[in-house]
Design a protein around this ligand. Structure first.
Ligand code: URA
Ligand code: SF4
Length: 465
């Protein structure tokens, strides 16, 4: 009997297993001991030498690291039994689904994958005084290493730590590091971000699993009171029948299937929070729906939410919003009286270090999201639609528009309103020369004044008629 000592990691096991199987050591001759501090039993030359290279099917290579996260003494034994058999005449073993070892391998793989998925939905960060974000989470399996990339992709611009009882992950917006486990008390309790997390949770909530029995299994009821998201569960369950129909009808990449027929504006907004019409929702924090009175006479359409809007959940809440508010004021338009929205309802960005840099939405994303704008316009029935920038114009008018040649002109719109195009407030922020920027700002104000005058003109025409 050989005692194969390794450090309990996939890499440590793999190196040992490679050496053992190339020496034809059968599984029944090995006692796996995963508590050694050093990587493996054998010296590194022997482990990494050409002789130790193994040719195994891709399916095994992809699934074995996942099975290795299974928290039981079994994964190492099961993995080695499979590896030994695969490398000793049964190369296609994984295709035999009824084989006892394969069944065990698949059962473990499924359990770990389910745990990984659950972690995506239930890890909840809290903000520290230093603007770091800390989450404490107890996974069923040792999945932190294999799952950390998901959080890097989703929260790449934040500095965060995820602490679990057996390991911790730290992301400083550039590098991912791992450390030892931490007790629950290491994570702060005060939470400025609970509202943000409720919103995030609402947007990841999957109504397909929304029956109470399933939820109790996923998240034991005793944990519900400790989660701020739990407050949302009854509401989400009530809405879920509507959302299930929406999701089941998803055949093409479009928001159409998520729009409830005959919905009021608040219902529309709620439904948009669960839109899966395109992939932008996977990376953004939340849907940023339009805002303003349902009887507004002017609808202002922007491109898509920016970084600030993505966090605030409101359109034009950041720097571009300041430019817009100021221009509206100068043009004599009260922002409270107009409806402000965007062509695309989720923030599209690329990550550069800690920053999320705006990226223009592409044609398919604009088309996927267009049904929301159309539904907003049909409910509000404004007299005038002001399209700020080319994306807004393309979505509202359904065709490519050249801003400079069509700006300030009143164009017919298919819902029975008029449309006008002007530049986007962010375009002004991007002009480096302050004199040129001011000239553009004055032109934006002039266009908005023209819009206000057009509405007054319509009033006079109506009075005369
Ligand atoms: N730019 C937009 O187009 N919309 C916003 O809401 C913010 C910035
Ligand atoms: Fe839906 Fe629009 Fe968001 Fe895409 S961008 S998921 S279509 S709301």
């Amino acid at each position: 009997m050989i005692e194969a000592r390794f450090n309990g990691t996939w890499q440590g096991w793999r190196d040992c297993a490679r050496a053992l199987t190339s020496r034809h050591t059968p599984p029944w001759d090995i006692l796996w001991n995963a508590s050694a501090g050093s990587p493996g039993l054998f010296d590194s030359d022997e482990l990494c030498g050409e002789g130790a290279r193994l040719n195994v099917p891709r399916d095994f290579l992809e699934c074995a690291p996942i099975v290795a996260c299974h928290r039981s003494p079994e994964p190492w034994r099961v993995l080695y039994r499979l590896l030994f058999r695969i490398t000793h005449g049964e190369r296609h073993l994984l295709e035999i689904e009824s084989d006892e070892d394969v069944l065990e391998f698949r059962r473990m793989e499924k359990s770990v994958r389910r745990d990984m998925h659950k972690m995506h939905a239930f890890v909840r960060f809290r903000r520290t005084a230093d603007d770091d974000y800390i989450a404490w989470y107890r996974p069923d399996h040792d999945i932190l290493h294999i799952n950390a990339d998901f959080f890097v992709r989703r929260f790449g611009s934040m500095r965060w730590a995820i602490l679990t009882p057996t390991a911790s992950a730290f992301w400083d917006a550039e590098t991912l590091r791992f450390g030892p486990g931490a007790p629950h008390s290491a994570a702060p309790r005060d939470d400025e971000l609970e509202d943000l997390w409720r919103t995030y949770y609402a947007s990841v909530f999957n109504p397909a699993r929304a029956n109470v029995r399933a939820m109790t299994k996923e998240l034991p009821v005793r944990h519900w009171p400790t989660l701020p998201e739990a407050a949302l569960i009854p509401k989400l369950l009530a809405e879920s029948s509507l959302r299930i129909t929406a999701i089941e009808r998803t055949h093409t990449r479009s928001a159409t299937h998520f729009i409830p027929a005959g919905a009021s504006l608040p219902v529309l907004r709620q439904a948009a929070a669960g839109c899966e019409g395109c992939d932008l929702r996977l990376y953004a924090t939340q849907t940023v729906f339009g805002e303003g009175p349902v009887n507004a006479r002017i609808v202002l359409v922007g491109e898509q939410p920016g970084d600030s809007e993505d966090l605030a959940g409101r359109p034009f809440a950041g720097p571009a919003g300041e430019v817009l508010d100021c221009a509206l004021r100068e043009a004599g338009i009260d922002r409270e009286e107009v409806y402000v929205t965007n062509a695309v309802k989720h923030f599209k960005f690329i990550e550069r270090g800690k920053r999320r840099i705006h990226e223009r939405p592409r044609g398919p994303e604009i088309s996927a999201c267009r049904p929301w704008l159309e539904a907003e316009l049909r409910l509000i029935r404004p007299d005038l639609i002001v399209c700020m920038g080319a994306t807004a114009a393309q979505s509202a008018l359904g065709r490519a528009v050249r801003i400079q040649s069509e700006r300030g002109v009143f164009l017919p719109h298919h819902i029975g309103a008029e449309a006008m195009v002007t530049i986007h407030p962010s375009a002004i922020l991007r002009i480096p020369d302050p004199v040129a920027a001011e000239a553009e700002r004055v032109r934006l104000v002039a266009d908005l004044r023209g819009a206000a005058a057009r509405i007054r003109g319509l009033d006079n025409t109506m009075k005369l008629a």
